[in-house]
Ligand binder design. Sequence first.
Ligand code: PLP
Length: 408
Amino acid sequence: MAPDGQLLTREYDPAQAPDVHASEPIPDAARAEIERLLTSGDLFRYTAPEGAPVALLEQEFAALLGARYALAVSSCSAALFLSLKALDLPRGAKVLIPAFTFAAVPSSIVHAECVPVLVEVGDNYRVDMTDFAAKLSDASAVMISHMRGHTSDMDAIMALCDARGIPVIEDAAHSLGTKWHGRNIGTIGRVGCFSFQSYKMINAGEGGIMITDDPEIAARAVIMSGAYEQNWKKHPGLQNSYCHWQNKLPLYNLRMQNLSAAVIRPQLPALADRVAKGRAGHDSVAAVLNDCDWMTVPDALPPEERAPDSIQFNLSDDWSDAQARAFQAAAKARGVTVQIFGLSEGNARAFWNWEFLGPAPELPQTRAMLMRACDVRLPTRLTGAELDFIAHAIVDAAQQIMGRARKS
Ligand SMILES: *Cc1c(COP(=O)(O)O)cnc(C)c1O
């Protein structure tokens, strides 16, 4: 029930609002394979001599993205951690990350006994290149989170890092299907990491995968992911490197199990369609929001072709915190949940809540962005009418708080 009956109009009855948290069904094609696995009990990726679902997923994913090696693991966070370990960074090495990301990203760096250094992010949600260049000089590695699928200037980032021999890990958890100059996101840096957690483009509940063209990183990551004894032989690649690393590296046991792969594999052929629908849906909502004086949807950088399943927009400078909160309540009364990253208590995407890092650094630009950046889920399955409802309910809620138009 809405706290205030006045917030409601007939047009935006919250009972009519689409459910943006429900998942799409897993394709029927998964059923036969899951049934086979349940019958045989063959759930461990290394039991079958060959052709295990996890191994097939790795081959298919590497081919889909255009990478030489893929390693499926328990989460994207596990993939980020293993990437850092595979780079063999010294303890205490500084790793640059955008200050706008999910708490699991700096956590993976802490877990690898390195030190995250937060870089300012602009109000277009992308890495601020001036701050990045300034902080790069004493960094040993860079982890670029393409947060909510927004791609930072990868040309500038790669040019600066390549010139200094600094490896780049792409946190492409939420970017599957995104392209940069026509190239798949996740194949630009030394390693790319993706998530199969339920709120990403492919849903396995949990799961992650890392891709790389570097045989040494692949061999090291495979062993550390838990390919004990001779199990690395079930990964295609350079046998000599595996022999070299066997028993020299710790086993973190972050493997994926076969049931997860059985859920993921039938979704891969649906990816292109989901990406196209997600982009069209996002752009239709963005057009409505950009017509409203009180908010802006920042443009992508020109080389980026997006694969969004949510929309982010900024409230204009006119808004106070109280008005922004009232807007959230007004949208909620219309059945639409708007998250404002910096305004919700303990939000895992607001850097000042990452208390495990110690005192929060001064990052005024990122902080200001987080206080006015709004986030709304737009699952790719939504119909045109559902997207329309969400877009107009957001504008209607904003106008209820701020008036119909700016007084010029
Ligand atoms: C979801 C997400 C992660 C974490 O992925 P898990 O698979 O849940 O570990 C990391 N980074 C970004 C940008 C994400 O969206």
